[in-house]
Ligand binder design. Sequence first.
Ligand SMILES: [Zn+2]
Length: 278
Amino acid sequence: MSHSSSYGIAWPKNSPVAVSLTFDVDAEAGFLGDSPTFAKRLTSLSEGRFSVTRGVPRILEMLARHQIKASFFVPGYTAQQHPGLIETLLKDGHEVGHHGHMHLRSDKASAQQQVDEMHLGLEALARAGAPKPAGYRSSSWELTPETFDLVIDNGFTYDSSCMGDDRPYVETFNGRSIIELPVHWSLDDWPMFGWSIDNGGNFTHPRTLSEVWLAEYESARRDGRHTSFTMHPEVIGRAARFAQLERFVERLVSDGDVWFARLDEVARHVAPHLEQQR
Ligand SMILES: [Zn+2]
């Protein structure tokens, strides 16, 4: 893959920095897509379910309080299992993006499974009342050539799975390209807090999140960059961690000049600037 950078983009309202809060509502699909054996592991499934029962409501309350619109990437299976979820997200003005169907990692899925992930995910979101999604985010951020083609063939405006720059750029593979709103593991709650009985993980002190992310925010502000943060409601929605997210968001809000934007808004804004690079 190759890319070109997007320096010198001015943000709406003369904001010196653009920030997107993004949430991947993996829920039960996060486990079932990893292994069908989780169908018999009720405790793990309940940990996934916490995403929707407790995590999402906490997040929506906080976003509404600060009048921030965010991007939610929802596997089709999550939309099916939790009727009303998509409707609630849309009612509050948030973006619903594509995040597969069973949350299968594309690098571990066959070509046909990748096609199914794309189409079943699209169908489930549509059935739940979502407009055709503008954005795609691959499960666990693994993107294969086959899925890259599917994202372009299905007319997505942007992808948010790659890490080739720290600002919006054009991701290119085999002569085809798409606007990339990049991600990074350091800007994701999972590596800090994710833990499983099978593979272990980390129980980082919650304050680490606000410290690391504030450092990223300050650097984005200095550069005049867009940056985005990725969270999982079952991870960030635990109360002590959520308190640190609230502290982080309150700090940004207090600066008074941050452009908080959904990723589809960012993609629309940067598209004319990036067009010449495609
Ligand atoms: Zn995910």
